[in-house]
Each structure stands twice: as structure tokens, then as C-alpha cells.
Design a protein. Structure first.
Length: 694
């Protein structure tokens, strides 16, 4: 193995064990369970799936500083039309960089756990996204959008990422609030309100007047197929149990509550919570049970699985009891209270860490259950907190995925942790996912299909199976419990410091799951002078490409999903062009030049090399320079730089090897004799095997 590869692998190992060397925060029961070998049998070895969707955190807000993910050190960070990095968000005459919550808390004398919520509406999301340029975050959300946490602030979250698998291309389903995003988790889509408006806001929370969504949920499909499922939720659940807002379940609720004076579950359970004494509370709950007796067998099953709530504070205890009694269903949806929800207006990261700790302890305390369980910990939306990665969106004209002239999704990246015996090892999985990916995982595992998921979502987002490795795993060291929850001291909004600096991401790399993409792109000039961007994908799944037009080649960024080949024709607007094409997992191609320029470059990717074809279409010789911009030790840059002289009307192909860099490359190509010509090629060559992060 080459020296650079040894250094890179040492960085992976050292980073994965570094935090654990000083103690981690996982339950001791889980540590003991991790010492056991996972069962074999692939996807069929899983017997239980547990889904814990928390509230309102973006990926950069939580994991931008985490080692080995696409965070603050992202080489492929978008450049704004102003020429600045996407991390330099405009705010009137100044810019705001990401800044740590901890420093803001010290300056403002506040507790880091209790920052407040930001705008997370449909219109606010659109302003931040800004046609794909991602430069409206501060103006849409306030400067607090740029605040972020580090390992010191949320140690359990970081330890879960270091122990299991974190997904750094997992997106919310839509640039808006909770209800539409949870619609995607529960049913594969967000459709339309009764008045014809797209369900892109929290209209469902007006339970007294909202008729309920008329399409079916995935839970109903599981029920029909005989696959056991259960919602675990409390008397107070922050209205996060989205299944309550579907027409089928609202009708059942009305029937159950007919004798109580209420027509929907939240109003009834609010009365239970506010009861003046236990006797009154008992009468209310007895009336509920009387109503349940009026239900048909099917309705009663749906009520008990989807609508029954447990006393406030008893979610983890109830879940643990079912685990201990052998009653854990095949699919469990966990819907915590507001206090444990992680929502920045009512909860905190440490509250969530406590509920997560209890759930994982409940599973690991019964090793035979744990070793056949997969837990998905994700977040419904980003609240308004900044994330720098532009989400894939459908091309214009996709009626199913557009509303009010803009795409409904995908939304901003949010955290996703996949916790199971088959995801151990501190991996990153960079396949594109959204909330419908959870449903698709269940589809593949149970065989029960969800027809609500649209064609584009199935094209652009994976099914989460790539986050698993059913062949091997890694043990992790010692643990201790999370710290105490601080006394509530009031909500606040972090303010950026006067003197700003770009945050530093943790050093080191991370093991990376193999991905199903192999994108490439180059620029061709036809005989009639037309310039065409040629897109190619040698992977087994469609790759999403985006084009960012810095010389106004198009009015807004362009999007295209490519299974094998695709293209864009550049409108003839000027003699010069300057645009960037991006794709999955850090793929990037920068194109700068003149329409009539003499230099040309095309590329072809093999298993460990990029073949660069340098062409001279002019009447005089050209001297091309190919040099590395990254992934190569500074001492090796000169050795790897190549100069190639090409005669007029000729071409030459050279190979650029990436074996020493574990498939990663970042190359610049220029041409002496064609002053404006520049190409930059960046990405990772997949070979079907696990690798390391870039």
C-alpha cells in the first residue's frame, strides 16, 4: 500500500476510536451487545424496525464539524453568484459565516441547550433555497440560522455517528414545516388539502376544522398485509403523531370520542392532561375505553396501534416493557413529547439524548432483540437552520413535484443515524435519501409496496439498504451515561461574533459505504458550433446532476436525473462560458472558456483511473497542464503534475490514477495558448467496495 494510503487509513482508525478513548455515552448494555456477532441472513435477518423521527435540526447545524462527512470542509461547496462560498451567507452589506452555539452562549450568557426556533415555513424555505443558489438563509431566517453545535455540545449524537452509520446526503422531503414532511414519512407523499391547495403547511393542526387527508398511509398497508406495527406516543405528543391527521384515523377518533364531547384526539388528551385530579382523569379514560368498544375489529386494531396514547413521560418505559415481554412489533414509530422532541422552541439536544439513550438501552438490554433490530433516528425538517448542500430537485415541468412555480422537494439536509448490528463501524453513507427512503426500506424488507411514492422520488432517492453491511462489523469501546439536563433558563437566538472565521471540521476521515453512482460530464462542440454538456452515469442507480450558470447561460440552475446518459445544450448568449456541474458524493466539473477556443477535454472513468483526452482544435500547438488540487500530499504535487504538448488538430489521452487516494481525485486542466480555458474535475471512483470519505 502506498504511503499516502497508509496515512489515510490511520486517520480513519484514529478518528473512529479517538472520542471513545476518553469514554462515550452509549448505554453499557449496548456496549455489551456490540461485542456479539450480528446474525447472518441479509435483510431477512432483521425482525424489528424502530423509527424515531425528531424535530427541526439541519445536518450542518448538528454535524457540520463532524469528522469525515460533507460538512464545513466540503471541497465541493457551492460558489454563489457573488463569487463567495455558500458558507458566506449575504446579510445586507455584510456576510455571516457558520458560528458555534457555545461561543454565542458564552457571549450572551445563555445555555447552549435552549436556543429558539426560526422560520420554517413554505415561503421561508423557498427564500433560503432561492432557485437553488442557496444564498437567502440569513435574510429569510435571521443570522441565528448559521449557529452550529460541536462534539462537546452533543456528545451522544456524535458518538452514535462514530459507532454506527451516519447518512450525509439524507434530506428532508420538502422545504417547509413539520406536517408535510411527516406526511412523506407516514404515507410517501404530501398531497392536497380539501380546498385544492397543496399540503405544504401545517393546516392539519387545525384539527377541529381539518377534514383529514384522504389518501392512505403506509401503516394501513402494513395492517392489511398482516405486518405488526405500533405507534408509541404520550398524552402530550406535540401533535407529531401525523397519522392522526388522515381521514381514516380521524373518523375512528370521532367514533371513539362520541360520548366524551370531543371530536379529535388532541382535544381529548389535552383534557386528560389538564384533569384536576386522578378521579377525573380516570373518568375520561374510562369513557375513551367505552368508545373503543363500539369499534369494529379492524377499527379497534387501527386505534390501538395508531391512536392510543400512554401517560406523559411513559413512552420509553412502555416501549421497554414491550421489548422485555416479547411484544415488540415488526415496525415501531416513536413519537416523543414536546419536551423530548428536540424542537428548538420547546426541547433541547440533551432532552433528546435522554430519550434516545433509554430506547437503545431497552433494546440492548435484551441482546436477542437488539441483534435483529434496526433503528432509524432522523429529523422531520431543518427548522430554519442552515445547511450548505443544495438538495436535488426535479427538472421544471414535473407537475407532481411542483407547487406555486417551485419544486416541493427535496428539502434541506437533516441528520440520519442508522443504528443496528449491521451498521457498526463509524461509517458514512452518502447515497441520496429523503423521508420516503424510510418507507422504501420497509417496502423492501416487508414486500408491502407504497404506491403514493412518486416516480421522481424513487428515481432520485435510495432505499437506505446501502447504509447496511450484512457481512461484517466493528466493535467499539467503553461507555458512560449522558449528563444531566440543565435547568430551563429561557429561549434565545444566537448572534454571530463580531470577528468571524470559517469553522474547522474535525480532522481525519471516516469509513464510507459503497455508492451506486459513477457520474461524469464533459463539454462537446458540434460542427455547427453548438456547445453541449454531455452527462454520463455508469452506476446502477440514477445520478442527479445540477448545473450552476455563472455566465448566465441559463436564468436559474438546471437539474437533471441521469440513469445512463443525458445532456444540456448551452444557449448561444455570449462567446464566453463559465458554469459548474455537480452530482452525488462530491462530484464536480467546472467549465470555463471561449466558445471558439482551441482547447477541449473529455474524460472517461474506469475502476481506478480517469482517462483524460486532451484535444487541440486550433491552428497552433497547445501545451496542457494537468495538476492535482487535492488528495495528494504537498510534496507529491510537482511529481503528479503533467505537461502535455498537443499539435494543431491532434489529441492525446492520458491516464490519471487514483489508487493511492482510494478513488478520490481533484484535478485542474489548463492550456497555454488558450488563455480562457480551464477545467476542474472532482469526485470519487466507485468500485463496489467500502472506501473512505474524501
Amino acid at each position: 500500500m502506498a504511503e499516502i494510503s497508509r496515512r489515510r487509513m490511520m486517520a480513519v482508525g484514529g478518528g473512529a476510536l479517538g472520542a471513545a478513548a476518553v469514554g462515550s455515552f452509549l448505554p453499557p448494555s449496548l456496549q455489551e451487545a456490540l461485542a456479539r456477532t450480528p446474525p447472518k441472513g441479509g435483510l431477512g435477518a432483521i425482525e424489528h424496525v424502530v423509527i424515531l423521527m425528531q424535530e427541526n435540526r439541519s445536518f450542518d447545524h448538528y454535524f457540520g464539524s463532524l469528522r469525515g462527512v460533507r460538512g464545513f470542509s466540503d471541497r465541493n461547496a457551492l460558489r454563489l453568484p457573488s463569487g463567495r462560498s455558500v458558507f458566506e451567507q449575504p446579510a445586507g452589506p455584510r456576510t455571516v459565516l457558520p458560528f458555534p452555539v457555545r461561543e454565542a452562549a458564552a457571549a450572551q450568557r445563555k445555555d447552549i441547550q435552549y436556543i429558539g426556533a426560526l422560520d420554517h415555513s413554505w415561503s421561508g424555505g423557498a427564500k433560503a433555497w432561492h432557485d437553488g443558489w442557496m444564498d437567502g438563509w440569513v435574510t429569510a431566517k435571521t443570522a441565528a440560522t448559521m449557529a452550529y453545535y460541536t462534539r462537546e455540545d452533543i456528545p451522544l449524537h456524535y458518538e452514535l455517528a462514530d459507532t454506527f452509520t451516519v447518512c450525509d446526503a439524507y434530506h428532508s422531503s420538502i422545504h417547509t414545516s413539520t406536517s408535510p414532511n411527516r406526511n412523506h414519512l407516514w404515507s410517501g407523499k404530501t398531497g392536497f388539502e380539501a380546498n385544492g391547495k397543496r399540503a405544504v403547511d401545517n393546516d392539519a393542526y387545525d384539527e377541529g376544522r381539518h377534514p383529514g387527508y384522504g389518501w392512505s398511509t403506509y401503516a394501513e398497508r402494513l395492517e392489511k398485509a398482516g405486518v405488526s406495527w405500533q405507534t408509541y406516543t404520550e398524552w402530550e405528543n406535540f401533535t407529531d403523531n401525523q397519522i392522526e391527521f388522515f381521514a381514516t384515523f380521524k373518523a375512528i377518533a370521532r367514533k371513539v370520542l362520541a360520548r366524551t364531547g370531543h371530536t379529535y384526539m388532541e382535544a381529548f388528551y389535552a383534557k386528560v392532561r389538564d384533569a384536576k385530579d386522578e378521579a377525573e382523569r380516570g373518568r375520561l379514560l374510562a369513557a375513551l375505553d367505552d368508545g373503543v368498544k363500539t369499534l369494529s375489529r379492524r377499527e379497534r386494531s387501527l386505534f390501538e396501534r395508531g391512536l392510543r396514547r400512554v401517560p406523559t413521560g411513559k413512552l420509553a418505559e412502555t416501549f421497554a416493557a414491550d421489548v422485555a415481554d416479547g411484544k415488540l412489533p415488526r415496525v415501531s414509530y416513536l413519537v416523543p413529547s414536546a419536551l423530548d422532541s428536540e424542537h428548538p422552541s420547546v426541547s433541547s439536544p440533551v432532552h433528546s439524548a435522554t430519550i434516545v439513550y433509554k430506547i437503545l438501552d431497552a433494546l440492548a438490554s435484551h441482546p436477542e432483540v437488539w441483534r435483529r433490530t434496526a433503528v432509524f433516528i432522523n429529523y422531520d425538517e431543518n427548522d430554519g437552520f442552515f445547511d450548505h448542500v443544495p438538495p436535488p430537485v426535479p427538472a421544471a415541468g414535473n407537475q407532481e413535484e411542483y407547487w406555486e412555480g417551485r419544486p416541493t422537494g427535496l428539502g434541506a439536509r437533516v441528520p440520519m443515524l442508522v443504528v443496528s448490528p449491521w451498521t457498526v463501524g463509524g461509517y458514512v453513507c452518502s447515497e441520496v435519501f429523503d423521508h420516503t427512503s424510510v418507507v422504501r426500506f420497509l417496502e423492501k424488507w416487508t414486500g408491502v409496496r407504497e404506491p403514493n411514492i412518486g416516480d421522481w422520488r424513487r428515481t432520485v432517492a435510495g432505499d437506505l439498504t446501502s447504509a447496511f453491511d450484512f457481512h461484517r462489523g466493528y466493535r467499539q469501546p467503553e461507555v458512560e451515561q449522558p449528563g444531566e439536563i440543565p435547568v430551563f433558563s429561557g429561549r434565545w437566538q444566537p448572534k454571530p461574533p463580531e470577528k468571524q472565521s470559517m469553522p474547522v471540521q474535525e480532522p481525519g476521515l471516516r469509513r464510507a459505504r459503497p455508492l451506486p453512482y459513477q457520474p461524469d460530464a464533459d463539454l462537446k462542440r458540434a460542427k455547427d458550433g453548438t456547445l453541449k454538456v454531455r452527462l454520463r452515469n455508469g452506476g446502477r442507480r440514477s445520478a442527479h446532476f445540477a448545473l450552476y450558470p455563472y455566465a448566465a447561460e441559463f436564468p436559474v440552475p438546471q437539474h437533471q436525473d441521469v440513469a445512463h446518459e443525458g445532456s444540456w445544450a448551452l444557449p448561444e448568449k455570449s462567446d464566453a462560458y463559465h458554469f459548474t456541474v455537480t452530482g452525488p458524493n462530491g462530484f464536480r466539473r467546472e467549465f470555463v472558456g471561449q466558445r471558439e477556443g482551441a482547447a477541449a477535454l473529455s474524460s472517461a472513468i474506469t475502476r481506478r483511473e480517469i482517462h483524460l483526452t486532451l484535444a487541440n482544435r486550433g491552428k497552433a500547438p497547445l501545451v496542457f497542464t494537468v495538476r492535482p488540487l487535492g488528495y495528494v500530499e504537498e510534496a507529491d504535487v510537482r511529481r503528479r503534475t503533467r505537461t502535455v504538448r498537443i499539435k494543431a488538430g491532434s489529441s492525446r489521452t492520458i491516464a490519471w490514477a487514483t489508487g493511492d487516494e482510494r478513488g478520490w481525485y481533484d484535478i485542474e486542466v489548463t492550456a497555454e495558448g488558450d488563455k480562457g480555458f480551464r477545467r476542474r474535475l472532482m469526485g470519487h471512483i466507485e468500485n463496489g467496495r467500502a472506501s473512505v470519505s474524501g
